[in-house]
Design a protein around this ligand. Sequence first.
Ligand code: ADP
Length: 873
Amino acid sequence: MDAALGAPEKMRARHEELTPMMRQYCDLCAQYDGSLVLFQVGDFYETFCEAAEVSARLLEITLTKREDSTGSYPMAGIPIGSAESYIETLLDAGFRVAVADQVQDPEEASGVVDRAVTRIVTPGTLTEDELLRSEDNNYVAALAREGESADGEEYGLAFLDVSTGDFVATGSSSEETIRDEISRFAPAEAIIDPGLEGFDGFDADCMVTPYDPSAFELEGARELLDSYFGTPEKRLASDAEISACGALLSYAEYARGGQDGRLDYLNHLTRYEPREYMLLDRVALRSLELFEPRAVGGDGEHTLLGVLDETACALGRRKLTDWLRRPLLDPDRIEARLDAVSEWTTLVGAREEVYDLLSEVYDVERLIARVSRGRANARDLRALKDTLDTVPEIRAAMEGVESNTLRELRGELDELEEVRDLIDRAISESPPIEITEGDVIAPGYDAGLDELRETEREGKDWIDSLEKRERERTGIDSLKVGFNQVHGYYIEVTNPNLDRVPEDYTRRQTLKNSERFYTPELKRREDEIMAAEERADDLEYELFVEVRREVADESERVQAVAETLATLDVLVSLADVAAKYGYARPDIDEKPGIDIEGGRHPVVERTQESFVPNGAELSPEERLAVLTGPNMSGKSTYMRQVALIAILAQIGSFVPASRARIGIVDRVFTRVGASDDIAGGRSTFMVEMSELATILRGASERSLVLLDEVGRGTSTADGLAIARAITEYVHDEVGAMTLFATHHHELTALADELPSAFNLHFAATQTDDGVTFRHDVSRGAATASYGIEVARAAGVPEHVVERSRALVAEDALENATDGGRAVGDDGTGSAPAPSEPMSDPLADELRSLDVANMTPIEALTTLDRLKREVNED
Ligand code: ADP
């Protein structure tokens, strides 16, 4: 990649000899070092030298050569008309793109045409709809650190969506917290403080862009922020936050290239405290599939966002994403949302009406940002007006709402009459995309413009009737009046009639079979029409820009309306989902603990013909559940559903359960144990476990910890020891609510040892068709050897089954009393029962049979073999 960046070697070395145009290219490359420069030459964007080679390969375009007096340079170009799709490919390949446009009319240039970079396209600063791949937020982040002393170190973190103007900041002294907050927002790009170069908290698909280190300097950052939002200290909590926000603003301005850098539509900078929201670390976000399905190439529908998203417009979808990213901790705020959702579920008619109105709402956040950036056309303004027109209707539909939340939201809906009225009066009803070629301003808006258009129309009327008049005057029936771009208006007479042409006709053009003429009056009219048209087009453009600026001045109010519409959309969507899928309103309080009756997994239940509901009860007294059961019995679905129900409740949604009480959960941790892919063996595993301990250090009795198959992937003995150690640690030291799914049946003995632990299990039944799972959770441990149960069902003689049970019981007892001595795969950890003969190989095999870790097919084949052996005896 670097090969294509900066000024090409070959050119740099011979800078003075280059032609003026190539020198300009070379200078722009040097100036926008780090970006691939697209250099406008007429209707193309060209690249040269190394950049041309890279572009040709990536974009599959022809590599040609530019030859001039100074040499020959590789060159590759793309047509300007289809530049966006090429730029997208370059971004995907990890490039930043600086677009250098001709900023001077070539006809007016005395030497080489002036060119300037008008925008820098980077993954995090996109504003073009074509490039923004979805309705979701697209963030660029900045991370800064201030203070060097051990206790004085603070991180500041800022996120900005340039397309909508959404700008938020947070900070912490804990690097771990900062990492978690980064995961929440999943930025597409980041700039980092020079002092933090080695920081690795950004995802692999986040582009970390080197940016001018001085942008992070406190004084400059403070001044820049001040110019946008007033005294930064009033909004931000630390110097590090000021530095991050300032640097981010500076970068966003820089990305606008040579244009006026200010982003006037940035009206808000919101600071939040990480502690205000439920903490969902990166792993939890992934493993709970909030936004992305775990399966590679999985369906986006199969995520929490996917099943919850019945929003009507892009504004709502972004807001819903934000709510999911940051579930609340404050019961009052949650209840306020729940009240609104609850009310919407009862107002079916009004809800549908509001939904239909919201479906007509354009993405006004991006729209108003475009208006402010001076990038909006007349159609955008019309779309803005159409959206604002729904506001009074939505207010009317909400006339009878009673909950405080909905009443407040209704009250916040600013009808923005002046803006609507201005657009309606000024902008023609169905304007073209171009804003420089007329038809943009509505008649009646500007007297001067109307006069010009009138002159134009009168002139054209006169010309329209000219043919008839001239035919009468000359007696030439075939005489025609026409217009062409080069020669303008003309009167055409065929050759046979040329003798009847009057004196005042002047020849304009000779064709094969006819001659074209004009008259002094036609010429005069023509000049008048042309002049009026040109002046009208120019005036329209001026008027349009003025209207756009006036609308831009109201951007803050438009943003406030957009915000309210977004919130309404989410609340309506949540009510819709609640009604359609039988969700219940959760009880929220601050007493630690979770109590769910008839809970379902919101995503899995949609894909399953019949989903078996399960309850869950966790409290400080009974806070650690050891969950056993064979593979595919439903353990991980169950654990995730508990977490998802808590998350849903805390965003203010109803939950898939018949009843639920959620004592505010402050964090959700998930660790899916090192599975078979930990090829690194024990050491890697130990590292993972110690990381787990570090993370758990932050957990409280309000935290929910899901541990899935921790301890797998090592030898059974090690795995068991580690799993046991972790369980004890979580129970004794952390005190968090924990669901621990394990294959180690030995761990079920812990429930007796640890006062606040208990067992849960998923059972399975053997039928003629094979093993079936009932997917219902019950108290108590799974029969220690599931294999034995399956064996019995499969017809293994009762005395062998009994004997196996006795052996297993002994193991469990022994483990419980000797502090959990691990039982190896070979089962040598067991002592013989005193009253029985020691060797019963079949029972031994059955006991150590780990059916839980087999697929049903493997289990059945093994059992078939055992059955045959028994019968042969
Ligand atoms: P485990 O973690 O025990 O291996 P999973 O939770 O992955 O099992 O569940 C295996 C499959 O069983 C899931 O993909 C789902 O299709 C189905 N399943 C799980 N729980 C239920 C349930 N409560 N009702 C119906 N089907 C379920």
